[in-house]
Write a protein that binds this ligand. Structure first.
Ligand code: SN0
Length: 316
């Protein structure tokens, strides 16, 4: 693998999921692979799971890791070509990406959507800037458009917990006090379209995601109806895509409750975390036996590890 920007960068998803599950049996089996190789983690936004699980994955492969909170500690970067840099941005991505490439063998980048200007977010200038000017492989740790490491961990989790060959998987929107990005939902949708699943998206009217991503996915505006016979309920808030970055609905009637989970086929509850208790999901659902969010977060290590392994094998 050269870079990991989208799920489409993985050649054989099914085989990759199986390889990731295999790694769990002996996580340090390939400890020699990353010897004398350095992974640089660049964060333009906060992180708990992504930061620690990606470090853990690198450690399991014998890599050294350097972490930089670019958003708070780095120079503000400029991305426009030919611009006169007399405003607040101090350093151009051209230099920054080439310089970091000299210190790191692989660079991983997190830069969320800003949710102000759709066209600008769609350009995904941070990750694409590194892709363009760095001389080493790039890994996406959530860009404006996608969070493929999360989606890979989600697919691993569904593979481990499914009782049916073709489970019903429901992606449900839920309320949130802040406007959140579309990245997690986008990548989950892309992933589910590649899986053997009866996949349904449910959200209030106005929360339709990019139709180039949802494609022909089934959208059910009645959440109760969508939940019927579901084997997995994957919950995520996102802000509106058409009315870009807007919050259209805040009332609690879309929150995931035990009453709603009772409509399902004893479904497992999933969320990428962090999750707002009693806003997105009621305590008793999150604390129930059916909640698999902790196992899901554990799989972030193995999703990162299988991606790093494939990248390292390619640069050896
Ligand atoms: C991020 C998102 O893209 O939705 C990261 C998820 C992995 N989530 C948040 O920003 C939640 C922040 C909050 O205040 O609840």
């Amino acid at each position: 693998m050269n870079n990991f920007i989208n799920i489409s960068d993985v050649k054989d998803i099914q085989k990759t999921i199986e390889e990731a599950i295999d790694l769990k049996g002996n996580p340090t089996k390939h400890k020699g692979l990353g010897k004398h190789k350095t992974l640089g983690l660049l964060f333009f936004n906060p992180s708990l799971r992504t930061r620690l699980s990606t470090q853990k994955a690198a450690i399991n492969l014998g890599m050294d890791v350097m972490v930089m909170n670019f958003g708070s500690d780095g120079w503000a970067l400029e991305f426009e070509d030919g611009t006169v840099m007399k405003d607040s941005n101090s350093e151009h991505i051209k230099e920054a990406a080439q310089v970091v490439s000299q210190y790191c063998d692989v660079i991983a980048v997190r830069a969320f959507a800003k949710l102000k200007d759709r066209e600008k977010d769609c350009q995904d200038e941070v990750i694409n800037g590194f892709l363009k000017y760095a001389n080493v492989p790039i890994i996406n740790m959530e860009s404006a458009k996608g969070h493929p490491l999360q989606a890979l961990a989600d697919a691993i989790t569904i593979e481990e917990f499914k009782a049916l060959k073709k489970p019903k998987v429901v992606l449900s929107w839920a309320p949130h006090p802040k406007a959140l990005p579309h990245a997690v939902a986008n990548s989950f949708i892309e992933m589910m379209q590649l899986q053997e699943a009866n996949f349904v998206i449910t959200h209030p009217k106005g929360y339709e995601l990019d139709s180039e991503i949802t494609k022909k996915a089934s959208i059910e505006y009645n959440q109760d109806k969508a939940f019927q016979n579901a084997d997995f309920i994957y919950v995520k808030n996102w802000s509106a895509y058409k009315k870009y970055g807007e919050i259209l609905k805040t009332d609690a009637d879309w929150m995931i409750t035990t009453h709603k989970m009772k409509l399902t086929n004893n479904a497992k509850f999933m969320h990428c975390l962090p999750v707002r208790r009693n806003v997105v999901v009621a305590d008793d659902v999150l604390d129930s036996q059916n909640s698999i969010v902790i196992a899901q977060a554990n799989n972030r290590t193995f999703s990162a590890q299988i991606v790093l392994k494939k990248i390292l094998e390619n640069i050896k």
